[in-house]
Every structure is written in C-alpha cells, then in structure tokens.
Design a binder for this molecule. Structure first.
Ligand code: ATP
Ligand code: MG
Length: 247
C-alpha cells in the first residue's frame, strides 16, 4: 500500500511500486505515492532524479514498466495502468489539467481562445467554451486581457492563462512541471497563488514539480526523490489561505 497522505483523506490518485527504465537508466525505481483531493504535493529532487517521469506516469502520459496507477473518479476506481493510449488520452482530457514551464500556449491565439481550446476540442459550442474560459480568466485576474495574443502578455500573465486552460474542463488533478521555472520570484509567488487557489482552493489536487523551495513551502506536502526513489514525504503548512480563487 502507498503511504497515507498527510491530510488523511482518501486518495484521489495513487502510484504503487512504480518502475520506469529508459535503456540502462532507471528513472523510477519503485515509487509509492498517494495524493488526496484538496492536497498540494511538491515533487523535488536533483536534475535526473525522476520528477518529470513520476509526474508523467501518474498523469497517464508515460506508462510505467511495472507498478500501478489508480485514479478515483466519481464513478469509482480507475486502473490507469490497464488503460490503452486512447483511454488514457480521454482521462487526461476529462479529469486532468497540465501546466508546463513554458505554458505551451499557442501564440497565434488570444488568451481567451487558448483557454477555451480544450473545451473546443472536446466538442463544446464556441459560445459556451468561451464563456467558461472568460470566467476562469477573470477568476485568475486576467479580466480585460481576453483578446490579447500570448506575446502581448507578461510571463506571469501567460502562465495564468496556462492555469486557466488547465482548469477550464474542471480538472480534478492538475499537474505542473516547473510552472514558475521561467519567472522572477515576485511573479512566481503570484503564479503559485493562482495555481493553489484554482486547484486546492476548489477542493482539487495539485502535483507540482519544482526546484524552488519557496514554491514547495506553499504546498501541503513535499516528496523528495533521489535516483528514482522517494527519499522523504514531509508535511508542510499550506499558506494558500486567502488566495482561494472562486470560480
Ligand atoms: N525519454 C527518455 N529517454 C531516455 N531517458 C530518459 C527519458 N526521459 C527521462 N530519461 C532519463 O530518466 C531519468 C529521470 O529523468 P526525469 O526527466 O524524470 O528527471 P527530472 O528529475 O525531471 O530532471 P530535471 O530536474 O532535469 O527536469 C534521467 O536519467 C533521464 O536522463
Ligand atoms: Mg524534469
């Protein structure tokens, strides 16, 4: 069994005995992790310790060689490990959100169009997709910037568009890989507030890979990896408090 999460709530996502190798290099050497709804987990560790691999394995992007990933959806436990690529892709679209270091936003599209894109791809009518996108942009402090293209926004504003896009489908788990890696410390604080408020603040879970101790200190738990193994799970006080985003 994976270790209990710090909040002692039932897990929404679990990884058990996860092993992943690339040729002769072992990215994950038997990782156990359990993440609860309403919890924010920072994954830390040196470069090459397996952080991104763990995030991608939990999110159903990269299948592990062995071990299990379980997701507790509204309709019960889903064995992510047993899913094929198209089932995993659907799970990612419907239940998970993603924020990466460089936003991966489409420069030709506006903030509103970028945010609405996951809904458009899921077949929502444009009007409804843009209505929901607008709601999230306003919630993340970007009201009035809807028609700007990504190049017309600051780095922190662009990351908040990426957070809005990750949330727009109602993701119950958001995965972020170095979301503040390209930002200065003040902007990084703002982006973390937006990220925590829009996930944990909504009762959802956040899994964030970071090299930044300030970012990790704002999460409810820090998991440190070394050479593909969990070195420690540490509960920390969350300070997202007043930053909850209402959406
Ligand atoms: N697609 C791949 N092909 C080959 N090896 C890989 C691949 N992805 C990761 N690895 C290897 O697996 C190990 C873990 O990589 P991972 O990307 O998970 O590290 P990380 O902790 O995220 O590092 P960083 O902080 O540099 O992003 C490394 O040794 C890496 O070289
Ligand atoms: Mg990485």
């Amino acid at each position: 069994m994976p270790p209990a999460n710090s909040a002692q709530r039932p897990p929404i996502l679990t990884g058990s005995s996860l092993v992943k190798t690339y040729g002769s290099s072992t990215a994950l050497a038997g990782v156990d992790i359990a993440i609860a709804a309403g919890e924010s987990v920072a994954i830390m560790g040196a470069s090459g310790s397996g952080k991104t691999t763990l995030l991608h394995t939990l999110a159903g992007i990269t299948p592990s060689d062995s071990g299990h990933v379980g997701f507790y959806s509204a309709s019960g436990l889903v064995d992510v490990t047993a899913m094929n690529e198209s089932e995993r892709s659907r799970l990612r679209r419907e239940a998970f959100g993603f924020v990466f270091q460089q936003g991966l936003l489409i420069p030709e599209l506006t903030a509103l169009e970028n945010t609405a894109l996951p809904l458009m791809l899921a077949g929502y009518p444009r009007r409804e997709a843009e209505g929901r996108a607008q709601h999230w942009l306003v919630a993340l402090g970007l009201g009035g910037m809807e028609t700007r293209r990504i190049g017309e926004l600051s780095g922190g504003q662009a990351q908040r568009v990426a957070i809005a896009r990750a949330q727009v489908t109602g993701a119950t788990v958001v995965f972020a890989d170095e979301p503040t890696g390209a930002l200065d410390s003040a902007t990084s604080e703002d982006v973390m507030s937006a990220l925590l408020g829009s996930t944990v603040g909504q009762g959802h879970a956040l899994v964030v890979v970071t090299h930044d101790e300030t970012v990790a200190a704002r999460c409810s738990r820090v998991v440190r990896l070394r050479d593909g193994r969990v070195l420690s799970h540490t509960a920390v006080g969350t300070t997202f408090g007043s930053n909850a985003v209402t959406a």
